[in-house]
Design a protein around this ligand. Structure first.
Ligand code: KG4
Ligand code: ZN
Length: 343
């Protein structure tokens, strides 16, 4: 089955053609990130306007690059939430129009569930159930247990800021560009190169010892703000200090995510551990998960897709639609910015 995926939940306009849920025939992404760098964050209105400009050329290019004629596309899959309402509407209304005009079924996909399916697009060995999935994106941090496709049970997540949001907001406090995750990761890497055995315990890890799978990242912003304020009092904070603080911020976030997830692996004993969403592109997170899985002798196989599949794209939207194939009439599809992972 050949599915055209469409993803416009935030600042990426993406379309992809995927065969049988696992083989990417094409994947095109246009991003308005350069525009948002100038303002240090996303202005939703501008992101939506850019979606309108990009959507048709992106879909046209995805179909052309796939080598598949338009008539051979069996279904259209589209992200319908969560996300920015203006951005979501562009993808949803375009998908509905194509569904009507081409007379193809449409499958609405939850963006957070979609992220999980990046793990089916990579390795030759596919995940097996039961699986535990950590979805760490710019707006969400959720840990879910999956008995099978479409059988999702929420087991924990953030009580306040998402992990990606914590990276973005603390980066801003450190004077680093948007998006903060990659910027912090690059700065941290420089520090760790010259200080490979540094002890990184400057910032708090709230809730890390609690007997649940929840976490909290809002206190990290305050801790970084206080630290930067104290340092700035004597003289402007140096590049070297920013690199050190970046390594500290990264370690605090990674530590919480890995500890909570490994505790959940010990309890739920999944066969596969799927780590996905933009923050899963973080090298240190991958390194720490690999070492914890190995040293604790856990029987879960770890799947962390390559960075290009962790961040927003439309290939996982098409894959999720293949494995959760519930097409509905285009008239019944509508954007839902508030959707949660278990809806
Ligand atoms: O999933 P995603 O591409 O978009 C949303 O659905 O939100 O995630 C974007 C988030 C941003 O907060 C960004 O800073 C973070 O993922 N991110 C990273 C890295 N690359 C992207 N965080 C840490 N390390 C990275 N290498
Ligand atoms: Zn995302």
């Amino acid at each position: 089955m050949i599915i055209l995926g469409i993803e416009t939940s935030c600042d990426e306009t993406a379309a992809a053609v995927v065969k049988n849920g696992t083989e990417i025939l094409s994947s095109i992404i246009a991003s308005s990130v350069e525009m948002h760098k100038k303002t240090g964050g996303i202005i939703p209105e501008q992101a939506a306007r850019q979606q309108i400009v990009s959507i048709i050329p992106v879909i046209e290019t995805a179909i052309k690059d796939s080598g598949v004629p338009k008539d051979a596309i069996d279904q259209i899959a589209v992200t319908y939430g969560p996300g920015l309402i203006g951005s979501l509407l562009v993808g949803v209304e375009t998908a509905k129009t194509l569904s009507y005009a081409w007379n193809k079924p449409i499958v609405p996909i939850n963006h957070l569930v979609g992220h999980i399916y990046a793990s089916w697009l990579t390795e030759s060995k596919k995940p097996v159930f039961p699986a535990l999935a950590l979805v760490v994106s710019g707006g969400h941090t959720d840990l879910v247990f999956m008995k099978g496709h479409g059988q999702i049970k929420w087991v924990g997540g953030t009580r306040d800021d998402a992990a990606g949001e914590a990276f973005d907001k603390t980066a801003r406090l450190l004077g680093l560009p948007y998006p903060g995750g990659p910027a912090i990761s690059r700065a941290a890497e420089k520090y760790l190169k010259s200080n490979p055995v540094a002890i990184l315990d400057m910032f708090p890890r709230p809730m890390i010892d609690r007997n649940n799978f929840d976490c909290s990242f809002s206190g990290l912003k305050t801790a970084v703000l206080t630290k930067v304020g104290t340092l700035n009092k004597s003289k402007p904070i140096s590049k070297k200090k920013v690199e050190q603080l970046s390594a500290e911020v990264q370690e605090a976030i990674v530590d919480v995510l890995v500890t909570k997830t490994i505790n959940a692996v010990e309890k739920y004993k999944p066969k596969s551990l799927l780590v996905t969403g933009g923050v899963a592109a973080n090298k240190r997170l991958k390194e720490k998960f690999e070492s914890e899985i190995n040293s604790n002798d856990l029987n879960a196989k770890l799947f962390i897709p390559p960075p290009s599949l962790c961040t927003d794209n439309a290939a996982y939207v098409a894959s999720a639609a293949y494995f959760n194939n519930n097409p509905i009439n285009w008239k019944s599809v509508s954007a839902n910015p508030e959707l949660s992972i278990s809806d």
